[in-house]
Design a protein around this ligand. Structure first.
Ligand code: ARG
Length: 460
C-alpha cells in the first residue's frame, strides 16, 4: 500500500517498523477532534479562496460522512495509515476521491496534531472542573450534616486534639477548591490555536488563522509557528495539575482505608465501593479507595514521562512528541473516574459518630485543654506544658486519664485548678472553644460550610 507521504521512497516498508512508528492504536481517541479541526481548516480554505467553494463544499461533506461513520462505529482504523490524521484523510479519499488531497493545503500534521490535543484537553479540563465541583458539593453537604460530630484530630497519626468531623472534610474541600482553580487557570493556556503554524515555519498560502481558530472556539492563536507546533506545556500543566489533585485524593483515600479498618471503625463504605475476598468470607475491602491511591502512580509517571520526552528536545517537531498522547489520555480517564468514585464513596459512606467521639474520651487529646486552662489563669504556657506533661506521665503509670484525677489531687499540684476543669476536659467543649479563625470550633466550621455553599452556588 502506498503511503500518503510515499513519493520520495523507493524501498519497501516493513510492517514491524510501521507498527513501531504508528500511533493509531492510541491517537484514535482524537478522531472527533481531528475531523473537527479539518472541518474548520477546509472552511477557512474556502473562505480565503485558497480552494474554490465547490471543492470546499465537497471536502466538508466528505468529512461529515466520515464523522457520521465514526459516530456509528463503522470506521476500521489501520496501522498502515500510521496515525489518526492519515487514517481520516484516507477515509475522506474513499468518500470523495482525489479532491480530498486539497484538504492538506497550508497545514501539516504537526499543527494538526497539536490542534487536536488542544481541543481534546479543553473538553477534558472542562469536564474535570465540573467533576471537582460536584465532589466539593458532596463534601460540603456531608460536612453540613456533621458539624458537631467529634473525631480525634491527628498529628504523626497519634491522637492530637479532638476536632469536628466536618472540619476534617472541609480541609479536603479547601484542597479540591485550589485544584479546581488550577485547572480553570490552565484553560487560558490550552485555549490557543496552533492551526496554520504548518510544519514549523508557517505557509505561503494566504491562510486566515484567526478565522479557523474562531471556528474551533479558540480564544487566541500562537504567535510563533515554531512554538505553536512544539509547545506541549499545556499537556505538562494538565499532568501536573492532575498529579497534585491525585495526591490530594490519595491522602483522603488513605484515611478512608484506615477509618474502615477494624481498629478504627469510624466509617463504613457501601457495598458498591467495596469488594470481597475469594477465600476469606468476612472480608469487605475498600478496593476503590486503594485503587485511587494506587493509580496516582500512573498519573505521576505520566508527568515524569512527558517531562523526560521534552527535556533537551530541539525545535521544532520531532517524532519523540508522538509519545505525548498515551499519558495524557490515560490521565484524563484516570482522574475523571477517580473523581466520580470519590464523590460516590463520600456521599454514601456511613459515619459511626459514637465510635469516633468515644475514641476521644479515653485518650490524652485533652492535655492541651489543661495546659491552656492553666495558661489562661496566668501560669506561663511553658510551665503549664511541663505541669501537664508530668500529670500525663503519672496517669499513664496508673492507667487513668486526666478527667479521672480527683480535684484534691489536682489542687495539690496547683490551686489554680478548680472544679470547672472537668467541663473543660470534655472533647466536645474542647472543640467548641477552638473558635479562632479557621479553627475547629463549631461556629467557625459552620461559617466555613456556609461560605462554601454560597461559593458553590456562585460557580453554578
Ligand atoms: N502521529 C504524529 C504525532 O503524534 C503526528 C505528527 C506527525 N508529524 C511528522 N512530521 N511525522 O506526533
Amino acid at each position: 500500500m502506498k503511503k500518503l507521504w510515499g513519493g520520495r521512497f523507493e524501498g519497501k516498508s516493513e510492517s514491524w517498523i510501521d507498527e513501531f512508528g504508528a500511533s493509531i492504536s492510541f491517537d484514535q481517541a482524537l478522531a472527533v477532534q481531528d475531523i473537527q479541526g479539518s472541518l474548520a481548516h477546509v472552511k477557512m480554505l474556502g473562505h480565503t479562496g485558497i480552494i474554490n467553494e465547490e471543492e470546499a463544499e465537497t471536502i466538508k461533506n466528505g468529512l461529515l460522512a466520515v464523522q457520521k461513520k465514526l459516530a456509528d462505529n463503522e470506521l476500521v482504523f489501520s496501522v498502515k495509515n500510521e496515525d489518526i490524521h492519515l487514517n481520516i484523510e484516507t477515509f475522506l479519499h474513499q468518500e470523495i476521491g482525489a479532491v480530498a488531497g486539497k484538504l492538506h493545503t497550508g497545514r501539516s500534521r504537526n499543527d494538526q496534531v497539536a490542534t487536536d490535543m488542544h481541543l481534546y484537553l479543553k473538553t477534558i479540563v472542562q469536564q474535570t472542573i465540573e467533576k471537582i465541583h460536584t465532589f466539593r458539593h458532596v463534601l460540603v453537604e456531608k460536612a453540613g450534616n456533621h458539624i458537631e460530630t467529634i473525631m480525634p484530630g491527628y498529628t504523626h497519626l497519634q491522637h492530637a486534639q479532638p476536632i469536628s468531623f466536618a472540619h476534617h472534610l472541609m480541609a479536603y474541600y479547601g484542597m479540591l477548591t485550589r485544584d479546581q482553580e488550577r485547572f480553570s487557570e490552565s484553560l487560558k493556556r490550552i485555549d490557543i490555536s496552533p492551526l496554520g503554524c504548518a510544519a514549523l515555519a508557517g505557509t505561503t498560502f494566504p491562510i486566515d488563522r484567526e478565522y479557523s481558530a474562531k471556528e474551533l472556539g479558540f480564544s487566541a492563536i500562537y504567535d510563533n509557528s515554531l512554538d505553536g507546533v512544539s509547545d506541549r506545556d499545556f499537556i505538562l500543566e494538565f499532568l501536573s495539575n492532575s498529579s497534585i489533585m491525585m495526591m490530594h485524593l490519595t491522602r483522603f483515600c488513605e484515611e478512608l482505608i484506615l477509618w474502615c479498618s477494624h481498629e478504627f471503625q469510624f466509617i463504613e463504605l457501601t457495598d458498591t465501593f467495596s469488594t470481597g475476598s475469594s477465600i476469606m468470607p468476612q472480608k469487605k475491602n475498600p478496593d476503590m479507595a486503594e485503587l485511587i491511591r494506587g493509580k496516582s502512580g500512573r498519573v505521576f509517571g505520566n508527568l515524569f514521562g512527558l517531562l523526560t520526552v521534552l527535556k533537551g528536545l530541539p525545535l521544532a517537531y520531532n517524532k519523540d512528541l508522538q509519545e505525548d498522547k498515551e499519558g495524557m489520555i490515560d490521565t484524563a480517564h484516570t482522574i475523571l473516574t477517580s473523581l466520580d468514585i470519590m464523590a460516590g464513596m463520600i456521599d454514601t459512606m456511613k459515619i459511626n459518630e459514637e465510635t469516633m467521639e468515644s475514641s476521644t474520651e479515653k485518650d490524652f487529646s485533652n492535655a492541651t485543654e489543661l495546659a491552656d486552662y492553666l495558661a489562661a489563669k496566668g501560669m506561663p504556657f511553658r510551665e503549664a506544658h511541663e505541669v501537664v506533661g508530668k500529670l500525663v506521665l503519672a496517669c499513664t503509670k496508673k492507667g487513668i486519664y486526666l478527667q479521672d484525677i480527683a480535684l484534691k489531687d489536682y489542687q495539690d499540684v496547683t490551686p489554680l485548678i478548680e472544679k470547672d476543669i472537668y467541663e473543660a476536659l470534655k472533647s466536645r467543649t474542647a472543640v467548641k472553644r477552638r473558635n479562632s479563625h479557621g479553627g475547629t470550633g463549631f461556629e467557625q466550621v459552620k461559617a466555613t460550610v456556609e461560605k462554601a455553599t454560597a461559593q458553590l452556588e456562585k460557580e453554578e
